[in-house]
Ligand binder design. Structure first.
Ligand SMILES: CC(C)(COP(=O)(O)OP(=O)(O)OC[C@H]1O[C@@H](n2cnc3c(N)ncnc32)[C@H](O)[C@@H]1O)[C@@H](O)C(=O)NCCC(=O)NCCS
Ligand SMILES: Nc1ncnc2c1ncn2[C@@H]1O[C@H](COP(=O)(O)OP(=O)(O)OP(=O)(O)O)[C@@H](O)[C@H]1O
Length: 204
């Protein structure tokens, strides 16, 4: 029932999802707080009700789901509304993440890797046995967010500015994965790091 709990953090666009994809390929359970953040605002969920009470019906699309690009725009441009939104969502995301990690302990896997973008910002590191930060060049982060999420470079930078600087996260984390090469090089770094973690934490 004991499972090693690994947090994977890093700035937006740093490569956390790719790192977790590799962890899944090599046999770990993987969870993702961005996915959980979506689950807690699905129509019918408490998060959905509270967010629509806060922003009004104009935040709901015709298909009944939340207008995420609009919420994103609010998040990066309106600090007061962002704080109100985070006060609703963060406790729910944390509660659900802890519940999903408990479920992971019932599998036969030896470790669970959880993608947690705001690990240190929210003081969530105490929920984990090991913390990993993924880092990349700052200009690459901006470009990747802009390409992936179809937002301007300026808005990509604004999202990054909401997060703890990479240097600070690097100091706080147990391990650092530098994502400055190809994705195959990144996967190789993940494999090597997991070998090291196994030796340190999973040998009896
Ligand atoms: C604003 C929302 C609707 C935008 O959705 P969208 O689908 O466009 O983006 P997505 O959810 O994939 O987020 C992209 C990245 O933005 C960053 N991010 C999201 N919310 C925040 C935030 N409140 N503060 C800092 N960075 C954030 C994360 O690095 C995330 O990986 C969404 O990000 C959201 O609901 N945010 C609030 C919940 C939250 O804080 N999530 C972070 C994980 S705990
Ligand atoms: N080494 C790399 N080579 C090429 N593309 C990469 C590399 N690392 C990441 N990417 C691409 O950059 C984008 C961001 O990576 P990814 O989604 O893994 O970041 P993330 O840290 O999970 O970001 P977020 O917190 O915003 O969800 C993706 O489209 C991914 O495919």
């Amino acid at each position: 029932m004991k499972i090693l709990r690994i947090a994977v953090t890093g700035s937006a666009g740093s490569g956390k999802s790719l790192v977790c994809r590799r962890f899944k390929e090599i046999g770990l359970v993987t969870l993702d707080c961005d996915v959980i953040a979506r689950q807690v605002v699905e129509p019918g969920m408490q998060g959905f009700t509270k967010i629509t009470q806060l922003f009004g019906q104009e935040i709901v699309l015709k298909d009944g789901s939340l207008d995420r690009p609009r919420l994103r725009n609010i998040i990066v441009n309106d600090p007061k509304m962002r704080k109100k939104m985070e006060d609703i969502l963060h406790p729910q995301i944390i509660k659900e993440m802890v519940a999903q990690m408990k479920n992971a302990a019932y599998t036969d896997k030896k470790a669970v890797a959880v993608e947690v973008p705001l690990l240190f910002e929210l003081g969530m590191e105490k929920q984990f046995d090991v913390t990993i930060v993924v880092t990349a060049n700052d200009p690459d982060l901006v470009k990747r967010i802009s390409d992936r999420d179809k937002v301007t470079l300026k808005d990509a930078q604004k999202m990054l500015d909401l997060q703890m600087p990479q240097e600070e996260k690097t100091v706080k984390a147990d391990y650092v994965i530098i994502n400055k090469g190809t994705s195959s090089e990144l996967f190789e770094s993940v494999d090597n790091l997991f070998e090291e973690i196994q030796k340190e934490f999973l040998t009896t």
